[in-house]
Ligand binder design. Structure first.
Ligand code: AMP
Ligand code: ZN
Length: 112
């Protein structure tokens, strides 16, 4: 499958990994928008939040179990933002579900 994040998970494209388990892979965003900018992805190809359903939602639970652990490892004790862009109107550029963790500075209220 011609999916950038599937290739990253498979190790075919290099990434700066920060976390991995059976269901979840996390790595540093190549174009960071904050001092800490990490992408957390399921190890199954789910195209976006809009494709989450009863059959694959366990991956989302696993991602949200990993997020506090990643945040702790990154020293984000003062808070952080978790974002997923879904579809064209949200400017989703990679069609493999991913959650951005942004932190390490006071973030502004840029919600749209
Ligand atoms: P989105 O716009 O929500 O689809 O986010 C896609 C993100 O993937 C962007 O923040 C990009 O900077 C990031 N990205 C694209 N290619 C790579 C890559 N090879 N390694 C790490 N992050 C990437
Ligand atoms: Zn994929």
């Amino acid at each position: 499958m011609d999916c950038l994040f599937c290739k990253i998970i498979a190790g075919e494209i290099p990434s700066a990994k920060v976390f991995e388990n059976d269901s979840v892979y996390a790595f540093r965003d190549i174009a960071p928008q904050a001092p800490v900018h990490i992408l957390v992805v399921p190890k199954a190809h789910i195209t976006s939040a809009d494709a989450v359903c009863a059959e694959n939602s366990a991956y989302v639970a696993k991602i949200f179990e990993a997020i506090p652990e990643i945040a702790k490892n990154e020293g984000l004790t003062n808070g952080y933002r978790v974002i997923t862009n879904c579809g064209e109107d949200a400017c989703q550029t990679v069609k493999h579900l991913h959650f951005h963790i942004l932190g390490g500075k006071q973030l502004q209220g840029q919600m749209g």
